[in-house]
Design a protein around this ligand. Structure first.
Ligand SMILES: O=C(O)Cc1cc(O)ccc1O
Ligand SMILES: [Fe+2]
Length: 451
């Protein structure tokens, strides 16, 4: 249950950080009451708020749910820290850079199928926060509804600390390993894994490679949870035991530390005289975690037809209407296709939900790969009711394919699927890396009708 405290000095050098990352210890499970102390005796026994917290620490609660939310969904953690979070100077506004927040009203929602190439190379010295670039989203952060789709491209580690009051951050790396220094301890995340930083939890992102690229779903709504399994039974899809939370690790840094706070769509900054990553022990359920998408237990048809991709849901953020997610995180992981007399790739469809898709590696079975196609680091948006599905090449190939068992193991794609249309930021609508002729992939689907 304990891990040594960490000083920033021991991690500045890249080689040692990689060693640290490899040796990280984790707590396992989803939605648990976890507990961890970096120094033995730091965690109070039998109560949350003793008259004097152990070792001269300050006790502080971080609530991710209203105090009164049902027990099954209530989320809070108790942090035992060197200084209370309240000990900070005033925040002042700072530039939002390329980060935007819902409501997204600057451009007219677009019914067209859209596809982007990866973000261009950022200027030298771009950290994770400066490298965040908002594509669009929906809802309203102040109403705690909806979500934003961001991409990031960074080439420097953060010196500053960031927290997001507007939502939780689901980080989906596509290139480059990250070491996430959080109030709860450290998480290592690499492509094919995802990390979740709960609302309000402070974090510093260290790059373990020259540069890092990926996607972020900022979820303003109910915290992501595991989907119910219904008739699937008690096991399958993402198994709870594969989620890993950090063990406590703290920084005792004297001197100025910039802390940036995203609040109702704007960035605010304050210079602290210490690092707020100074939590020596904690317990609770509002915690960051990592999950390896390669652990996803993919279920599918073993008879005929292509099941709806809801069967690939890793995490869901329910809205106030049962079954209608504010956002689902869906993964298209390696799997066998065995359907008989079946068109095996994704079908042609129009969906009341809106679909943003990204690619972590390889290719996706409905979309032709390669230059100008659906490429790792790129993304597509098929908004509410827009017609899409296999491109012409895929349709021709799959309609003629011999239907022997086939392993799809050359890619890892994912989808943020949301109940509300995704409105674009002007920077996404006018991006140089927006592909101008995406519609052409469905050209040449000629009628074959014979009466
Ligand atoms: O459009 C997509 O590629 C995503 C998707 C995949 C699938 O297998 C079925 C429906 C669907 O929207
Ligand atoms: Fe789709």
């Amino acid at each position: 249950m304990s891990d040594g405290g960490t000083s920033r000095a021991s991690e500045v050098e890249r080689g040692s950080a990689r060693k640290t990352a490899a040796g990280l210890t984790y707590l396992t499970g989803f939605g648990n009451e976890h507990a961890s102390e970096a120094v033995p005796g730091a965690l109070p026994e039998g109560r949350n708020s003793p008259q004097r917290a152990p070792l001269g620490l300050y006790a502080e609660q971080l609530s991710g749910a209203a105090f009164t939310e049902p027990r099954a969904h209530n989320r809070r953690s108790w942090l035992y820290r060197i200084r209370p979070s309240a000990a900070h100077p005033a925040f002042t506004r700072t530039d939002n850079g390329t980060i935007r927040t819902a409501p997204f009203t600057e451009s007219v929602p677009d019914p067209n199928r859209l596809r982007w190439n990866p973000l261009p190379e950022p200027p030298v010295g771009t950290d994770f926060l400066a490298g965040l670039w908002t594509l669009g989203g929906n809802g309203d952060a102040t109403q705690r509804t909806g979500m934003a789709v961001h991409l990031y491209h960074a080439n420097a580690s953060m010196e500053r600390v960031f927290s997001d009051a507007d939502g939780e951050l689901l980080i989906v790396p596509e290139r480059g390993e990250l070491l996430l220094h959080t109030e709860f301890g450290r998480l290592h995340v690499e492509p094919a894994q995802v990390a979740l930083i709960p609302r309000g939890v402070r974090l510093r992102v260290e790059l373990l490679d020259e540069s890092a690229r990926g996607y972020v779903c900022e979820n303003y709504g109910a915290p992501f949870r595991l989907p119910d399994l219904g008739p699937i039974g008690a096991n399958g899809l993402a198994n709870a035991r594969d989620f890993r939370a950090p063990v406590a690790a703290y920084e005792e840094v004297a001197g100025p530390v910039e802390v940036v706070n995203k609040f109702c769509g704007n960035l605010w900054t304050a210079v602290y005289d210490h690092s707020p990553l100074d939590v020596v022990a904690w317990h609770g359920s509002h915690v960051p975690y990592v999950y390896d998408l390669r652990r996803f237990n993919v279920l599918g048809s073993i008879s005929y037809d292509h099941p709806d991709p809801s069967i690939f849901t890793v995490l869901t953020s329910p809205s106030d209407t049962p079954g209608l997610a504010g956002v689902d995180f869906v993964v298209f992981a390696p799997r066998w296709l065995v359907g008989e007399d079946t068109f095996r790739p994704p079908y042609f469809h129009r969906n009341v939900m809106s679909e943003y898709m990204g690619l972590v590696e390889g290719a996706y079975d409905a979309k032709t790969a390669g230059e100008g196609g659906f490429v790792p680091g790129g993304g597509s948006l098929h908004n509410m009711m827009s017609a899409h599905g296999p491109d012409r090449e895929t349709f021709d190939r799959a309609s003629a394919a011999e239907l022997k068992p086939q392993k799809i193991d050359d890619g890892l794609a994912f989808m943020f699927e949301t109940r509300w249309p995704v409105a674009l930021t002007p920077q996404a609508a006018g991006a140089d890396h927006l592909q101008p002729r995406y519609d052409d992939v469905w050209r040449g689907l000629e009628p074959h009708f014979r009466a």
